[in-house]
Design a protein around this ligand. Sequence first.
Ligand code: PEP
Ligand code: MG
Length: 924
Amino acid sequence: MSAAPDRRSSNGAPPAVSASDTSAPVANLSGRLVYRFGAGEADGDLSLKPLLGGKGASLAEMSRIGLPVPPGFTISTVCCQYTIDHEGAWPDGLAEEVDAGLRHIEAILGAQFGEAEDATEVGGDGAPATAATNTEAPLLLSVRSGAAQSMPGMMDTVLNLGLNDAVTERLARTTGNERFAYDAYRRFIDMFGDVVTGVPHHHFEAALAALKAERGVTSDLDLTAADLRTLVARYKAVYETHAGAPFPTDPRVQLRLAINAVFASWNNDRAVKFRRINRMQDLVGTAVTVQAMVFGNTGPTSGTGVLFTRNPATGEAALFGEFLANAQGEDVVGGLRTPRAIAEMEEAFPGVYAQLVDAARRLEAHNADMQDVEFTVQDGHLFLLQTRNGKRTGPAALKIAVDFVREGLADPPTAVRSLVQPHHIDQLLHPQFADADRYAGRVIATGLPASPGAAVGRVVFTADEAERQRDAGERVLLVRVETSPEDVGGMDAAQGILTARGGMTSHAAVVARGWGTPCVSGCGALVVDEVAGRFTVGDTVVEAGDWLSINGSTGEVILGQEALVEPELTGDFETFMGWVDAARTLGVRANADTPADAAQARAFGAAGIGLCRTEHMFFGDDRIGAMREMILADTDAARAAALDRLLPFQRADFADIFRAMDGFPVTIRLLDPPLHEFVPHTPESQQETANRLGVPIEQVQAAVARLAEVNPMLGHRGCRLGITNPGITAMQARALFEAAVEVQAEGVDVQPEVMVPLVGTVAELADQRAVVERVAAEVFAERGAEVAYLVGTMIEIPRAALTAGAIAAEADFFSFGTNDLTQMTYGYSRDDAGTFIPAYLDRKVLPADPFQTLDREGVGQLVSMATTSGRATKPGLKVGLCGEHGGDPASVAFCHAVGLDYVSCSPFRIPIARLASAQAALAS
Ligand code: PEP
Ligand code: MG
């Protein structure tokens, strides 16, 4: 590969950036393209994150507040797509701005970047180069990626850039450390070859292994300076063989190629996959930060490390991380040497440690968040290379939020807005093992507790296999020697992740923690044979497909399939959720059909039930028979008798739900699904029903055939059932009002809301409303007591949304059934959409699955319009939403924005919906 020609846009106009990979607006290439930082100043700041990426923006910000960062400059994200689309050509002005950036670094450091190679090359196996005349330490650069949202390890980096034979000689001379200089050079050739030119790393590894074998040593550290000179010559040969051209010796050419390679890494497979999994669709590209290198491997007073300002697993307020003396960054991540806990620095590097503690405190206060910091110590001097808000577990997020408020680093609204995210709450609700004592005898190994929570699955050894089996409906545990960014698809597919290698800041640990996937890492007792599909621990052999359980909170690996239980929430959770509730205006109710669900929903903070699907009450063994009798009855009397048998079951269920929801509204929906769903479909169950009813099986089969529909979702369901079989509505209303009167007499505050499903015309609602009101009056007269109640409707058919003004005249409330409303607005069958939606998402035909996240543009427009016209008819009309979207944070934010009164979702999503609605309120 040769240097890309410096082509400019041919028509002189600012070229448009392809929008193929993002929904963001066309980037503006006419403004500043390069932002410098260093020596206590910066062109940019944190607010420019969309242009500078997280890394560039944080370096600018750290420089501004006087923290020690090596000087550098960041090329804006707006240049990324342009260079990709134009085969490495740069937009107008970028080359000049990069040159100015280089002069800026040189001026701050008094150092010079690169020099053209002397005529004399390093000869063969290590003959010395011609001595350069320059006496200054040369300036070497790092070239790093960094998008506006963190994509850890997904894109490329080039370090030690600017080395050639002459510069390396000068580096050796000015540092007095020849071994260091040649070590840096060989690492650079390897990394440049791998990242920029596509010469696979393993070719360089093979050359290194061969040299070590020749020298009879096992560690890189045992190679001498002369050995490393030899290695450089061999690496150059490896490069030339595989790249088809000599290693580029002009540092400015190296820089240009490296910048383009980092831009190009935006579109490598793993980065694309990572963005897809994480739904990162609004980014225009990566920024590239070019920065003076500092070296952690110049000797025993140098080193490198990564730290979190608080423990990212527990939230404990103490520095947490790893440090390696006399090493470069990739040594920490690469797992070749075992890093030391950061706390040990206090003894080994007391001055630097104190500076780190101070920097951590300042960064936390400045960013009002826990930080994840990369640093290097060069000859006793501390340099910060990056800071970003640290990824953390759910429990840690909660503790950090509450501690930040207690320590005065944040106020409650800030804690609610930015320190705990819905996915953290989700993690808090993750299952744990039912009985830790019970499995004690089956713990076969213990690794690091990298990401908490309990996970159970069948063992798989490759990411592909994990995805395949997940797609086939299997629960899998991914077991790897270690994970790499290529594995993200499989990691996402797995219930949990187990690795033999890698520490608390390893790839597996960081990614799993961010996603809330339980993970045990660095489990050294495991001997993993990924090819054979098995691992061994001592005498125990575990094969692919075997059941395995892991405890990400303790690091235990357990043979077999453990039972899981839901966690309990106390302490900090209550404190934090108190702040959440103070901030929100949108109510949160539960979709709950049983007294147990209702109790769980109350425990999670539900202010009532927004949807009780009464059909679920008919499936119990004791009820389904009577239900079938009712459906198959061929006389009115037989149907009435069957309904009479169902009534006590319904009444008892309603009574228990009212008790569990004392003081809160309970929305009870009349029967909705097509009757076909309740009839027996197998010959055995048809025979059983026939025996029960004392009729021939043919009669049962004839009824089943009669009820079959071509499009059941658009068929005889919802209010259509109640209108054609008013006895069903009457039975449900009677059960409901009898229960309400009975429970109210116990002193319970009962607030029933009767909801009519699948209404498309106002006449349908009026019909059902009349039945409900008649039965209510009958029951109240019989019992000599009244209960206040509402009658409302679901809005889940587009026609209902379009005629909401008229429907509101008959409705005391609306509740949007966005599952059906999405189905009917898109014309996508709820039950069949899985066959094409994944392809739509892959091809970006859809931005998100509309059954998960409410489509604001279409379905949302109906919601907003119907709310407005409903309230125009009936000011103050209560309006809620009870589709699955009620537990999806983005959809909850929409509900807040259009002024709904409440959302209703499954019990385990209630805390998430509470937080999402508080965040929406704080954002507006
Ligand atoms: C809906 O359609 O959104 C709804 C809540 O009802 P169901 O899912 O029971 O059809
Ligand atoms: Mg529905």
